[in-house]
Design a protein around this ligand. Structure first.
Ligand code: ZN
Length: 138
């Protein structure tokens, strides 16, 4: 069995963003040489997510509004976590959108449904953050 590990780095200039990272993950898969196995992609920070969904800009705006209704950023004083920081909402948004995805690798490709794409969800940006890509298989 082969094993491959890589960190993808992001520095989002805004507080929140959704970034399609499918092509970066596919590049990792090509580099690994693995044809059959599993790929794990996870955010290495507790205020960022990795998730799979549609690459459709209206949906991403809907997510932004939905998350902001569930866990509004302001007023920051509404959260007990915000003693000396202001990112309690980002921890909650990350919890809802998830830490990681696992995708089957078949015939050297991500074995996706038709509209599935992998996204990095940033909820407390303007600093460098990492995503781990781990691939195992043959
Ligand atoms: Zn925090």
């Amino acid at each position: 069995m082969k094993s491959y590990r890589k960190e993808l780095w992001f520095e989002v200039p805004t507080r929140r963003a959704f970034i399609n990272i499918t092509s970066e993950v596919e590049a990792c898969l090509r580099e690994s040489g693995i044809k059959e196995g599993l790929i794990l992609v996870n955010a290495m920070h507790i205020t960022a997510s990795v998730f799979i969904n549609d690459d459709e800009s209206g949906l991403h705006l809907d997510y932004e509004e939905w998350l902001e209704r569930l866990a509004p950023h302001a007023p920051v004083s509404q959260y007990k976590h915000n003693i000396g920081e202001d990112n309690a909402d980002a921890h909650m948004k990350r919890q809802i959108m998830g830490r990681e995805v696992v995708v089957a690798v078949t015939n050297g490709k991500l074995d996706f449904g038709t509209w599935e794409r992998i996204f990095y969800g940033e909820f407390d940006g303007k600093r460098k953050k990492r995503v781990l890509v781990k691939i195992i298989g043959d």
